[in-house]
Design a protein around this ligand. Structure first.
Ligand SMILES: Cc1ncc(COP(=O)(O)O)c(C=O)c1O
Length: 381
């Protein structure tokens, strides 16, 4: 089977990472930070080790400001709901995933905020000018994806952040698709908070992710509960990370994330990225040469992109293309709207979506060539 759905979740994971996490969990599997017995303290230390690794990986100065949660969706909800107040205005982009769009829409429907979405251009890029044009005196947040999960384009978040900093507006970045694929240095890029997920290009298991918050930003608590600290008080603990972590942590997930991160660091983000861009270029060249196949926003040099490519075959429903790829060629891809409806509205593909190929660290030239050959056969009828 050829797996080209790595933007949904990477598969397979790196050898032995999940096994190592499970072995550690067998030894340490109590509730970290709850209780003062030796094992609880060691479990807490293991979690803090991963916090430190995550902070270092993203160029964030304070590991305690890495708040673990379930995934990027969870972290984006934590940021958006914790930062916006009644009367505020927010700016996002038309590239966003529903994990940004839906919290913003929810707050708008509830009469709390207003928001606008900056358009992307012919290259699939949201320019800093496009974001800046939407800023208002009452704009309190810019939240944007770092890499589009449909087009694979990487956005100029550092320049957006630089312009927003001049107006005191924090930029929160959705790094679900970029973390582990392109280098991220929050301090250097001026990112105020970053949402990540463990199961994509960080090669961890599902169910773990988090929000990394810079010291310049305070995110209000929006979920309340047990933290293992100040338990006699009815007020939720306000020190980070517990301020944004309520309830028992996913220790197995944290350990798995730590192992995944170690794999990514050992390979090197730049090396992983260079390899994916080479494969992406091979895939684009192959698909673009097929009569009847339209590839979206992937002209020219693909350097700097993540390994995601969306296309369609003229006259064939993407659902059917996906079914044929799966049934006849044993190739797994994702079809449909990919939880990013505004992208598809702008591409003119909102009715049926597209066929998305996405690469991972274990994709090969042979996988890409097989995908191109399959698409040629499908387009040729
Ligand atoms: C750009 C983007 N943001 C957010 C998410 C949500 O990630 P998760 O499902 O891990 O919460 C995804 C997942 O597909 C994504 O591609």
């Amino acid at each position: 089977m050829i797996y080209l759905d790595n933007a949904a979740t990477t598969f397979p994971k790196a050898p032995r990472t999940l096994e190592r996490a499970l072995e550690r969990y067998r030894d340490l599997g109590v509730s970290p930070g709850r209780g003062s017995h030796d094992l609880a303290l060691r479990a807490g230390d293991a979690v803090d080790e991963v916090r430190s690794a995550v902070a270092a990986f993203f160029g964030a100065p304070e590991p305690e400001r890495v708040a673990f949660g379930a995934n990027a969706t969870d972290a984006l909800n934590t940021a958006i709901l914790g930062l916006l107040r009644p009367g505020d205005h927010a700016v996002a982009t038309r590239l966003e995933h529903n994990s940004v769009l839906r919290p913003l829409h929810h707050l708008t429907q509830a009469g709390v905020i207003a928001w606008d979405a900056a358009p992307f251009d012919e290259r699939g890029i949201v320019t800093p000018d496009a974001v800046e044009a939407l800023l208002r005196p009452e704009t309190r947040l810019v939240v944007m994806t770092h890499a589009s999960n449909v087009l694979g384009t990487v956005q100029p978040v550092a320049e957006v952040a630089r312009r927003c900093a001049a107006r005191g507006i924090p930029v929160v970045v959705d790094a679900a698709q970029s973390a582990g694929q392109v280098p991220i240095d929050m301090a250097a890029m001026g990112i105020a908070a970053l949402a990540f997920t463990g199961h994509k290009s960080l090669y961890g298991p599902p169910g773990i992710g988090g929000l990394v918050v810079m010291p310049s930003l305070e995110v209000a608590t929006t979920r309340f509960g047990g933290t293992g600290v100040d338990s006699a008080s009815l007020v939720h603990t306000q020190a980070y990370p517990l301020r944004l972590e309520a309830g028992t942590l996913n220790l197995l997930g944290v350990l798995g994330l730590g192992e995944g991160l170690a794999f990514v660091r050992a390979q090197g983000v730049e090396a992983l990225h260079a390899r994916e861009v080479a494969l992406l270029t091979r895939l684009r060249d192959g698909l673009a040469a097929i009569d009847g196949v339209t590839v979206y926003r992937a002209d020219g040099d693909l350097a700097g992109r993540v390994g995601v490519l969306a296309c369609n075959v003229a006259g064939i429903d993407p659902e059917d293309v996906g079914a044929i790829l799966d049934g006849d060629f044993d190739i797994a891809v994702r079809v449909g709207v990919h939880c990013a409806p505004l992208v598809h509205r702008d591409l003119g593909t909102i009715e049926r979506g597209s066929v998305r190929f996405s690469l991972g660290a274990f994709s090969t030239e042979a996988d890409v060539d097989a995908a191109v050959a399959a698409m040629r056969a499908i387009a040729g009828g």
